[in-house]
Design a protein around this ligand. Structure first.
Ligand code: PSU
Ligand code: MN
Length: 304
């Protein structure tokens, strides 16, 4: 076992017994939502996973230790410190561990640590992808490379149109990542159920998702699988409202020369400010929806 990794005893016991476990990320807590809603949501998401038959494992880096499974006090700490906690992507792991620092794990590092801990399924809100204008900036999230290589299923609500969704799908195709629509053939765009882009496959039950991922793992194909689960209709946002906010945020980022790891947090924070509490409420609900599907899929996977 990796000497930098601490798997919480409940999670370790579930993994060892072949019981369902669902990983959760911590960037969504520290950088994705304001306090105290971030902590309330993180705790409630864990409860949703339990209600649906799986053990939750929120993932983070604390004092240079890779943690799979946090206590409520640790979740409170991540939520309260918010943006003071470094956003940790793949390239940050070694330095954070060597220096004994804290890090909020993105989709990339949550997949990595979940895999180290033997966890196969991970629920989140949205993933990173190919940014608009990437033809010039080359700004492509490390999340897509991780999906290409690490065998963890990521259940999300699609990607926000702060990204170029068409190029994001092209990149995933090149890298051999299956993109599944849950109950839909259309890629959901996080706040909205549609985007105008098609996914590879539509699946309608957790059992179907589990069977596909089992086949991928049995063949040792090696990469992840992206499940895109549309936000429930009652929480979806009006397309024109959300698109206007996103367009404004993207042009502000450009005007201010925002780049590198700051781009995504800047865009997420601006979109949230411009749309007020409405987008936060939608964001919270779609995370619950994804946690429910991920837990049911983990249960189905364990019975195969
Ligand atoms: N997109 C969202 N919400 C998020 C993120 C992205 O809609 O919280 C976070 C996730 O942690 C994701 C990370 O892995 O941002 C991607 O950052 P970057 O684009 O810098 O790779
Ligand atoms: Mn980037």
């Amino acid at each position: 076992m990796n000497k930098y990794l601490d798997v919480n005893p409940e999670v370790a016991a579930a993994v060892a017994a072949g019981k369902p476990v669902v990983a959760l990320e911590s960037t969504i807590i520290s950088h994705g939502m304001p306090y105290p809603q971030n902590v309330e949501t993180a705790l409630k998401v864990e409860q949703v996973i339990r209600e649906n038959g799986a053990v939750p494992a929120t993932i983070a880096i604390i004092g240079g230790r890779l943690k799979a499974g946090l206590t409520a006090q640790e979740i409170e700490y991540f939520g309260k410190k918010g943006r003071e906690i470094a956003k940790a992507s793949r390239r940050d792991l070694a330095v954070l561990c060597a220096r004994g620092m804290d890090g909020a794990t993105t989709v990339t590092t949550t997949m990595m640590i979940a895999h180290m801990a033997g966890i196969r399924i991970f629920a989140t809100g949205g993933i990173g992808g190919v940014h608009r204008g990437a033809q010039q900036t080359m700004d492509i999230s490390a999340d897509l490379q991780e999906l290409a290589h690490t065998p963890v299923m990521v259940v999300c609500a699609g990607a926000k149109s702060i990204l170029d969704l068409g190029l994001t799908l092209e990149y995933l195709e090149t890298n051999g990542v299956p993109v599944i629509g849950y109950g839909t053939k259309e890629l959901p765009a996080f706040y909205t159920r549609s985007s105008g882009f098609s996914v590879d496959y539509r699946m309608d039950t957790p059992e179907e998702l589990a069977a596909a991922f089992k086949a991928q793992n049995d063949m040792a194909l090696g990469g992840g699988m992206l499940v895109t689960n549309p936000i429930p209709q009652e929480y979806a946002m009006p397309v024109d409202v959300i698109n206007a906010a996103i367009d404004q945020a993207v042009s502000e980022a450009e005007a201010q020369g925002i780049h590198g790891k700051e781009t995504t947090p800047f865009l997420l924070a601006r979109v949230a400010e411009l749309t007020g509490g409405d987008s936060l409420a939608s964001n919270i609900q779609l995370v619950f929806n994804n946690a429910r599907l991920a837990a049911r899929t983990a249960v189905a996977y364990c019975s195969l």
